[in-house]
Design a protein around this ligand. Structure first.
Ligand code: NAD
Ligand code: DAU
Length: 349
């Protein structure tokens, strides 16, 4: 009998890499990708694997409890890897309620459905909640987030993710639901939606538009190649301990301004433009309200307990990412037409 794994948010950026990793690596699994196909969900991300026999797509909204319960009845998944979420901090500032609905209520709906479906026997079952380092709040110029760092979210996005983490842990502590949580740092890579810093700048360099840098550009993030995140999820899903959290990061901190300059350098090189031309597009703009200064992950636990290490350096990962965008300009055109234009005009007016 094939194991059935329900992956939520599998049409999004990270979810599509997780779905591909599982579908291609585990012939003995049937992967069910549950996604509402919001603005961030795109089945084009999975066109290479959509016809494989161990893959099924189900369109559903995790805020719809009855539909989620029915899907659990129909497919009876043994495992859940939960990535569906509203994921962009700037959008959470303009519409916090959407983040409460999907990230909090949606997660609780999934927990209830898993609990009901697995109530007779938790053996071999697992609910893996994919979360973020933003739940820990902000660091000063030194220090790292560990699994023991107290939660201190500042944006509506991180508050909603923190809340969902607390619910997942509460279902473990109260109902013994077998859960694991991963808290990952900033991802980048193929299929990244161009509302986030790196793909937005790639798109703007290609179209000769300003590169908007919030505030003084000294904000710092710890960047991880998305395929390495997918591998970390695979490891924790299979080998993590129930009830535990694992931080995932790249030991790869960049100030935004330095990162964008490195991106400009590589793009000029690949596009055959004179060195320094893309940098001239850099434009400092109004800061993000509540902007966290610095995130940086201490990934010692996942490294020592599960032998996890990122496989590519940032320069390699960034180069692979730019190449993917250059080779997939139709994908970029498709996701930046329509609603994206309205979003961009409002956000960067
Ligand atoms: P994304 O925005 O690219 O994709 C989210 C996916 O969820 C989309 O396919 C969307 O259609 C789907 N979705 C949204 N609302 C839904 C709903 N109500 N019902 C069903 N599906 C819905 O997000 P991402 O960047 O791939 O992030 C995936 C997960 O990883 C999120 O939980 C996010 O918090 C977490 N995470 C992201 C990062 C990062 O750097 N992007 C880092 C750490 C953790
Ligand atoms: O840390 C993990 C988180 O990383 C994930 O949980 C989120 O889902 C993901 O969106 C990401 O959040 P950030 O807010 O860090 O990512 P973003 O790409 O939006 O911004 C990265 C940094 O760049 C941040 O300091 C804000 C800045 N920025 C962003 C945009 C979109 C700019 O300076 N200009 C911009 O136009």
């Amino acid at each position: 009998m094939k194991k059935k794994i329900l992956i939520t948010g599998g049409a999004g950026f990270i979810g599509s890499h997780v779905v591909r990793e599982f579908v291609t690596k585990y012939n003995n699994y049937h992967i069910i990708n549950l996604d509402a196909l919001t603005y961030a969900g795109n089945l084009e991300n999975l066109s290479d694997i959509q016809d494989l026999p161990n893959y099924t797509f189900v369109k559903a909204d995790i805020t719809d409890a009855a539909h989620i319960a029915a899907i659990f009845k129909e497919y009876q998944p043994d495992g859940v890897i939960h990535l569906a979420a509203e994921s962009h901090v700037d959008r959470s500032i303009t519409d916090p309620t959407a983040f409460v609905m999907t990230n909090v209520i949606g997660t609780v709906n999934l927990l209830n459905a898993a609990r009901e479906s697995w109530k007779d026997n938790y053996e071999g079952k697992r609910f893996h909640h994919v979360s973020t380092d933003e739940v820990y709040g902000t660091l000063g110029e030194t220090g790292l987030f560990t699994e023991q760092t107290a939660y201190d979210p500042h944006s509506p996005y991180s508050a909603s993710k923190a809340s969902s983490d607390h619910f997942v842990r509460a279902y473990h502590d109260t109902f013994a639901l077998p859960v694991v949580i991963t808290n990952c740092s900033n991802n980048y890579g193929p299929n990244h939606f161009p509302e986030k810093l790196i793909p937005l700048c790639i798109h703007n360099i290609l179209t000769n538009k300003p590169l908007p840098i919030y505030g003084d550009g000294k904000y710092t993030r710890d960047w991880l190649f998305v395929k390495d995140h997918a591998k970390a999820i695979d490891l924790v899903f299979h080998k993590g301990n129930n009830g535990e959290s694992y931080n995932v990061g790249g030991f790869n901190e960049w100030q935004n301004i330095d990162l964008v300059k490195e991106l400009c350098r590589q793009m000029d090189d690949k596009l055959g433009r004179p060195a320094g031309s893309s940098e001239q597009l850099i434009t400092y703009v109004k800061d993000r309200p509540g902007h966290d200064l610095r995130y940086a992950i201490d990934a010692t636990k996942i490294n020592q307990a599960l032998g996890y290490k990122p496989s590519v350096t940032f320069e390699e990962g960034l180069s692979l990412t730019i190449d993917w965008f250059l080779n997939n300009q139709q994908w970029l055109d498709n996701v930046t037409s329509g609603d994206y234009k309205n979003y961009y005009a409002k956000q960067y007016q």
